[in-house]
Design a binder for this molecule. Structure first.
Ligand SMILES: [Zn+2]
Length: 114
């Protein structure tokens, strides 16, 4: 996957295997929310959607442009709220990604997993 995107604007969505991602250190998770029936809440894009519509940093703009609904944005805000309360940090580029720490701290504390 890295070979396909490494020289494109999509490279921000894929980890360089030579470096690894925070997932390889076991300090990151990709998650969404389900309702009481076990159905995924509508977040505006699927998990691992490679495009700006998935990026929290642009949510206000996409809401104003009608590309995201208030309900979709409120689902994302709820997910961020519960994950922050659990001690995770969110990132600006993927609504589903949460991590316990940054790369430097992860490198000091944990072994990388292949
Ligand atoms: Zn992730």
């Amino acid at each position: 996957m890295w070979a396909m995107v490494s020289n494109t604007e999509k490279a921000i969505y894929v980890a360089n295997p030579a470096i690894g991602s925070l997932h390889n250190y076991g300090v990151a998770v990709d998650v969404s929310l389900l309702n009481e029936k076990g159905e995924e809440l509508d977040m505006g894009t699927p998990v691992d959607y490679f495009g700006e519509l998935a990026e929290p940093r642009y949510e206000k703009r996409f809401l104003a442009e009608g590309k995201l609904t208030r309900e979709q944005v409120s689902h994302r805000l709820l997910l961020r709220e519960v994950m922050r309360e659990a001690g995770f940090q969110d990132i600006a580029t993927e609504w589903w990604h949460f991590q316990l720490c940054g790369r430097e701290e992860a490198k000091k504390k944990y072994e990388i997993l292949p």
